[in-house]
Every structure is written in C-alpha cells, then in structure tokens.
Write a protein that binds this ligand. Structure first.
Ligand code: ZN
Length: 156
C-alpha cells in the first residue's frame, strides 16, 4: 500500500467513524462553522483549563473531508497548550494551501505527521475549505469564549 492509499484509508476511516464526535456539556468555549461552498456544518466544543485544552469535541454534518479533518484535529489538539495549537493550525494551514510550512517545535512533528493525510486537498482548492473548517471554528471558539456564545465562521 503506498502513502496515498494509506492516507485515503485514514480519511475514510475518520469520515465514517469520527473520533470525539459528541457534544461537550462542560465546554467553556464553542463555535459553529459553516462552509457554504460544500454545505459542511460543524460545532467545535472546547474545555479549557488555563491555557491548556483539557478536552475538545465536535459534531455536525459534512462531507468526508470536513468530518475527517475535524476528527483528526480533536485527536491532535487534546492536551495541547493554546500556543501549541496555534502553531499546529499555522503548520496545517500552510500544508493544505501549499504554502511554505513554518518551522514548528520538534515536539509537534508527530502531530503534523498525523495531519498529513489531508495534505492531498491542496490540489483541490474547494476541498481546502472543507479541510480547514473545523480549525477556523476552533479559532472562533477561542475568541468567542463562554458556552452559549455562538459564532458562525465562514471559510473565506
Ligand atoms: Zn466539504
């Protein structure tokens, strides 16, 4: 099995069996994301403990790419500090948009590796928005704070 097939399998697996796919009753932050180009909708829930992401989850409905991306994001960001999460978002965003990837701390290399299956979307500009939707919602949740505050982000 070559890398491309392996990546495809990972996306299909996360698309069909998303991890951390649930509401988070104790969420301290949440935001809704909407990608009108594809119709993807996602709600990202965060439980922050100081500057650390104690728990996060998502729900919603979207295509396989948006669901897989949200699922992988929750796996990678759980337990991270906000600074680490920001670095991963920048790295991931550069990766999927085909821009120069900023140098990340070595400790995050394994996490970037886990997000690699989504790199393939860079050849398909409309799919990039599917892949980044959950991350934009994550950022919006950080900005908008307390549970009940709802922000709809549109991918630009
Ligand atoms: Zn989509």
């Amino acid at each position: 099995m070559d890398a491309r097939e392996l990546y495809q399998d990972i996306i299909l697996d996360h698309g069909r069996h998303p991890r951390n796919f649930r509401e988070l009753p104790q969420a301290t932050n949440l935001a809704h994301g909407h990608n009108p180009l594809c119709g993807d909708r996602v709600t990202v829930y965060l439980e922050l403990d100081g500057d650390r992401i104690k728990d996060l989850s998502f729900d919603g409905r979207g295509c396989a790419i948006s669901t897989a991306s949200a699922s992988l994001m929750t796996e990678v960001l759980k337990g991270k500090t906000l600074a680490e999460a920001d670095a991963l978002f920048k790295g991931f965003h550069a990766e999927v948009t085909g821009k120069a990837v900023p140098r990340l701390p070595d400790a995050l290399a394994e996490d970037m590796e886990r997000l690699a299956p989504l790199e393939g979307v860079r050849a398909y500009p409309t799919r990039v928005k599917c892949a980044t939707l959950a991350w934009h919602a994550f950022e919006a949740a950080l900005k908008n704070g307390a549970a009940g505050t709802v922000a709809t982000v549109k991918t630009e």
